[in-house]
Design a protein around this ligand. Structure first.
Ligand SMILES: Nc1ncnc2c1ncn2[C@@H]1O[C@H](COP(=O)(O)OP(=O)(O)OP(=O)(O)O)[C@@H](O)[C@H]1O
Ligand SMILES: O=C(O)C1=C[C@@H](O)[C@@H](O)[C@H](O)C1
Ligand SMILES: [Mg+2]
Length: 181
């Protein structure tokens, strides 16, 4: 029998940190549902994220994101991977700290860049200098991610499974989050 999760684990961090990839494995290992706020928004809108940004704007996306996060936090404990900008919103942070436990997947800029550079699915990086834009976001957002309850360093040597294991180790330091088996 595994340890019992008492609160939803909310993964936060920049694009490419591994929130979706690590969250999927983490949920399987903890035996709880996996939810991804970006995926929920895409499903409800029946549009891709770049399409939503282009048609309705970022503010519309942020409003949907806040609704989805508040809804998912009210469900039974699970793993919730957020979009990269979600933890910047104060209302989101308050909802997450009230009902869940936040875990920052903290990756260096170069690692993030290696992971996002080949994909065109992130509208915020559709600029003439996507590396420069990612660097700006990296510096501007770190103070927000640093407010998370727990942080796990992402190193290029750690596989997705390794990262999930490291998150579980961090959760074990919090008896209010994980009941020992
Ligand atoms: N530890 C890892 N080792 C190797 N590849 C990884 C690791 N973590 C993530 N990846 C890969 O990096 C890419 C980005 O990861 P992922 O989509 O999970 O990031 P994200 O934090 O959810 O980003 P976004 O905020 O844009 O949703 C994916 O191709 C994923 O498979
Ligand atoms: O970092 C961000 O602000 C974003 C990250 C993605 O997960 C998506 O939520 C969207 O592309 C915005
Ligand atoms: Mg993701």
């Amino acid at each position: 029998m595994g340890a019992k999760l008492k609160k939803t684990v909310v993964l936060v961090g920049l694009m490419g940190a591994g929130k979706t990839a690590v969250g999927t494995v983490l949920a399987r290992r903890l035996g709880v549902p996996f939810l991804d706020s970006d995926a929920e928004i895409v499903k409800a809108a029946a549009m891709t994220i770049p399409e939503i940004f282009a048609r309705d704007g970022e503010a519309f996306f942020r409003a949907r994101e806040a609704e989805v996060i508040a809804r998912l936090l009210r469900a039974a404990p699970g793993v919730l991977s957020t979009g990269g900008g979600a933890f910047l919103g104060e209302a989101n942070r308050e909802a997450i700290s009230g009902l869940g436990v936040s875990v920052w997947l903290d990756a260096d800029l170069d690692l993030l860049w290696q992971r996002v550079r080949h994909k065109d699915t992130r509208p915020l990086l559709r600029t003439p200098d996507p590396y420069g834009t990612l660097a700006e976001l990296y510096h501007a957002r770190r103070p927000f991610y640093a407010m998370a309850d727990l942080a796990v360093r992402a190193d290029p040597r750690y596989s997705i499974e390794d990262m999930a294991g490291r998150v579980i180790e961090a959760l074990k330091t919090r008896p209010d989050v994980m009941e020992a088996a």
